[in-house]
Write a protein that binds this ligand. Structure first.
Ligand code: DAH
Length: 354
């Protein structure tokens, strides 16, 4: 750029920095700047004088504005060049490790269970976590005054409702909802969150269960036992799984059995398999005729079995965590240790038990 002959304008091209140029702009065009003062002097002039002086002052103002803008663009370009010369991007550097999400053990185990039961012909069903007490208790043969209601530390919802509302204490109400909504034969699992007012190392107010239900003609306890055995062998990836069915009581099944799985010591650790000792893993039984009738089905025509178990507990047994509370603390270090990489999850097809 060639500097203009006008010395006033040439001054701007002498500015070496943007702040210096800005100071010059204020001195000329600012509130008490030179040109601003000249513009103000037009006021008291006679019309004839103003007709002569006005265009001159305005032309000067435009020339000054243009010169400043031009110098500003030059200085900015020079600044950018200087930065480009010093700041360098090294494209050969390895990228920073980006945080990667992982799959929570509960999600992982739920997927494994859905896959195992899908292979056995079970569909996945869902129900609401906010339930009414009819689905959660009454239809499951737990009448209002029945002491079994006290077995569950129930969270009741405040306020007036047509029926008392609860946070479901188990996944069993999904049995009721499915039997009422669809015709047998039924084979379903219902995984999901459940809630109880309970909190220590082995209990959290929210945890996960999975329910199983089969309703058909001529279903016996033999079917129940085979299904549970197949499921537990596949899940724990061992053929030496031994089950023990202990007579028990649940209001919605008759007869009822609690199922223990055998464990043994391997390298100083208790592992599932063998039968050195027993631990309880689930509740089960033949669906009570009253439950079948409450859903509008004829218990003389339809029978079935049901079972329910804790997903978190299964995850702990399979993957070796010992504190249930850590599942829900949201500690990323725990997740990094126990979580599963999304492209590397164990699956039936990908080789559970391989
Ligand atoms: N609902 C029971 C609970 O939460 C578990 C259970 C036991 C479910 C026996 C069943 C069953 O379906 O047959 O403690």
């Amino acid at each position: 750029m060639t500097e203009p002959a006008d010395p006033t304008l040439a001054r701007f091209y002498g500015a070496d920095t943007l702040p210096e140029l800005e100071a010059m702009r204020v001195a000329m065009l600012g509130k008490s700047g030179e040109i601003t003062a000249q513009l103000k002097s037009l006021g008291p002039m006679t019309p004839e004088q103003r007709a002569i002086e006005g265009p001159k002052i305005h032309a000067q103002r435009e020339a000054v504005t243009a010169a400043i803008a031009e110098r500003k663009a030059e200085l900015e370009a020079a600044e950018l060049d200087a930065r480009l010369a010093t700041e360098r991007l090294d494209l050969s550097l390895p990228s920073r490790e980006t945080p990667r999400g992982s799959i929570h053990p509960v999600s992982q185990v739920m997927d494994e269970l859905a896959e195992i039961f899908a292979d056995l012909g079970f569909a996945v069903a869902e129900g609401p976590e906010i339930e009414d007490d009819w689905h959660n208790f009454t239809a499951l043969n737990i009448p209002e005054t029945h002491p079994a209601r006290a077995m569950h530390d129930t969270f009741y919802l405040a306020g007036e409702h047509e029926r008392p509302m609860v946070l479901r204490t188990h996944t069993s109400p999904v049995q009721i909802r499915t039997m009422m909504a669809s015709k047998p034969p039924i084979r379903l699992i219902a995984p999901g969150r459940v809630y109880r007012s309970d909190s220590d190392a082995t209990h959290t107010p929210m945890f996960h269960q999975i329910e199983g239900l089969v309703i058909d003609k001529g279903i016996t306890m033999g079917h129940l036992k085979w299904t549970l055995e197949t499921f537990l062998k596949t899940f724990f990836e061992r053929n030496d799984i031994v089950l023990r069915l202990r007579p028990s009581y649940f209001p919605f099944t008759e007869p009822s059995a609690e199922v223990d799985v055998g464990w043994s010591m391997e390298k100083g650790r208790r592992v599932v398999g063998g039968s050195e000792g027993w631990m309880e893993v689930l509740g089960s039984g033949m669906v009570h005729p009253r439950v079948i009738a409450a859903c509008g089905l004829d218990p003389d025509e339809w029978q079935g079995f049901a079972f329910g178990t804790g997903v978190d507990r299964l995850a702990m047994l399979k993957y070796g965590m010992n504190d249930l509370r850590a599942f829900f603390d949201g500690d990323l270090r725990w997740m990094k240790h126990y979580g599963f990489l999304s492209l590397d999850v164990p699956t039936l097809s990908g080789g559970i038990g391989a």
